[in-house]
Design a protein. Structure first.
Length: 93
């Protein structure tokens, strides 16, 4: 139960949601040429940048790395949950 709560806390967390949104916005080729996103080094500070600029590409790399950390955390939590379920209820086919 605690693991499920932790998974929900991560998935519904403001930081995780914002990072996913910023990755999507930075990857999207359509829309406005000027974007407003949070600085990945100082979350909470909004910056404006051109979509195809070098700075936007650097931000995308940083946000993808942050998203990968969250995804690894979620993967570990889900694996622990699956292992505990197998331990408690035996193997299921």
């Amino acid at each position: 139960m605690q693991i499920e709560d932790e998974i929900k806390r991560v998935i519904n967390g403001k930081e995780y949601i914002n990072i996913r949104q910023y990755v999507q916005v930075l990857k999207d080729l359509s829309g406005n040429a000027i974007l407003q996103v949070e600085n990945p080094d100082d979350m909470g500070k909004m910056v404006r940048l051109r979509k195809n600029s070098e700075e936007a590409k650097k931000y995308l790399v940083k946000y993808e790395a942050m998203l990968n950390e969250f995804d690894a955390q979620l993967l570990n939590l889900r694996k622990r949950k699956q292992d505990l379920n197998s331990e408690l209820f035996g193997k299921r086919n």
